[in-house]
Design a protein around this ligand. Structure first.
Ligand SMILES: [Zn+2]
Length: 233
């Protein structure tokens, strides 16, 4: 009987817990949790080594272009950032420039890698950039565009530095095609994410703010998982 009572108590505690789980805050925690476990799973799988040509150098325009298009998409740390950089300055005049500054920064970053200059801790900096810009998206305040631009260009340099790894030693044609490929795909994804978000806003600004918050939290959780893996492993 005593055991039955404590079972009942446990059950009502569980019921209370699941009611609490309905609150928005838990949903945010949940979405970050999903992002973290997804990221952990992805990092454990071979797909995390995300070079489309499997480490082989691109040898012509087509290979370079496809490899460039593939890297920011297959590399989920990059993809998360590209989406975040598109969402961080939604509904602001000149906000699109933040995305473009990032794209230009990434090309400079590849150039730095090709000059055989070493940047410190690229993986840590890349995951940190995902955490920071994800958090800014979740925060939802208007951050000065020059500050956002500065973050975007530094982040771009580190992401581009990582892209450069795939083309060290490549000929000039596949190399330029690679730059063109990742430049175009990043601009398309960032500006596309921005355009979708802006479409949502005119009639439902609160709806947009909520969606951005969820996206921001998910991206931050994702970045945190990558950061943990970069620091620990
Ligand atoms: Zn990468």
């Amino acid at each position: 009987m005593k055991a039955l009572n404590s079972m009942k108590a446990l059950n009502s505690m569980k019921a209370l817990d699941s009611m609490k789980a309905m609150t928005q805050r838990s949903r945010v925690t949940f979405s970050s949790g999903v992002a973290i476990s997804l990221a952990t799973w992805l990092m454990a799988s071979p797909a995390f080594a995300h070079h489309p040509l499997d480490g082989k150098l691109p040898s012509n325009f087509f290979e370079g272009f496809m490899s460039g298009m593939g890297h920011p998409v297959i590399g989920l740390d990059h993809l998360a950032f590209v989406i975040a950089v598109g969402l961080v300055a939604v509904n602001r005049a000149w906000g699109w420039l933040v995305s473009m500054v990032f794209v230009v920064g990434s090309m400079v970053g590849t150039g730095i890698h090709l000059q055989a200059l070493d940047l410190p801790l690229p993986e840590v900096m890349i995951s940190l950039s995902v955490v920071i810009v994800g958090a800014l998206v979740a925060w939802g305040r208007k951050v000065n565009l020059l500050v956002l631009g500065a973050i975007a260009v530094v982040a771009g340099i580190f992401h581009g530095y990582a892209y450069g790894e795939s083309v060290v030693g490549a000929e000039i044609t596949p190399l330029l095609a690679y730059l063109l490929g990742f430049g175009l795909i990043q601009a398309a994804i960032a500006l596309g994410a921005r355009a979708i978000a802006q479409k949502l806003s005119p009639d439902q600004p609160e709806n947009l703010a909520l969606k951005l918050r969820f996206m921001g939290f998910a991206i931050t959780g994702f970045g945190a998982a990558f950061l943990a893996s970069a620091v620990l492993g």
